[in-house]
Write a protein that binds this ligand. Structure first.
Ligand code: C2G
Length: 129
C-alpha cells in the first residue's frame, strides 16, 4: 500500500484544496492529511481560522480521497510523521516548492501546481468578511 501525506490548514475548504487532495490521493492508495491545529495556525502562521480544528477535521474526514486526519502541531513533525506512518510520498502545493526537500532522504517529495484562481484570502475579500 502506497502511503501519501500532505499538510495544511484547509480553512474555508474550497475546490483548490479538493483538487490538491484528489491529485495527492491519485499518487498512491492511502492519504494522510496532517491538519494544522488552531494553536499552530495562530502561533506559527499568524492565521486565525474561521472553522475550528474539530470542524475542519470533520470536513476533511468526509472527503472520499482522505483516509486519515492527524494534527499538525509543529513544523518539525514531518520527519517523524514520515517514519511513524511509513509514508512513501510527501505532497504539497507548489507555493511550498523546495521548502521540504529535506524530506527527500526519507521519501518521495512532490509539489503539485496550486489551483491559481481560488484562495481563502480571496473568498474572504470577495465576501468582505
Ligand atoms: N492549495 C492549492 N490550491 C489553492 C489553495 C491551496 O493547491 N488554490 C494547496 C496548498 O498548496 C496546500 C494545501 O492546498 O498544499 C493546503 O493549503 P493551506 O490550507 O493554505 O495550507 P498552508 O496554510 O499553506 O499550510 O506544514 C505545511 C503547512 O501546514 C501548509
Amino acid at each position: 500500500m502506497k502511503k501519501i501525506i500532505t499538510y495544511g490548514t484547509f480553512d474555508l475548504l474550497h475546490y483548490g484544496h479538493i483538487n490538491l487532495l484528489k491529485r495527492a490521493k491519485a499518487l498512491g492508495d492511502y492519504l494522510i492529511v496532517a491538519l494544522s491545529t488552531d494553536e499552530f495556525n495562530w502561533n506559527e502562521k499568524q492565521k486565525r481560522c474561521y472553522f475550528s480544528y474539530d470542524e475542519r477535521k470533520s470536513l476533511l474526514e468526509s472527503i472520499r480521497f482522505v483516509d486519515l486526519v492527524i494534527p499538525e502541531t509543529n513544523w518539525e513533525q514531518k520527519m517523524t510523521d514520515v517514519d511513524e506512518f511509513k509514508v512513501d510520498t510527501f505532497v504539497m502545493g507548489d507555493d511550498w516548492e523546495g521548502k521540504f526537500d529535506f524530506l527527500k532522504e526519507k521519501c518521495e517529495v512532490v509539489y503539485l501546481p496550486r489551483t491559481p484562481e481560488i484562495s481563502t484570502t480571496k473568498i474572504k475579500s470577495d465576501l468582505k468578511i
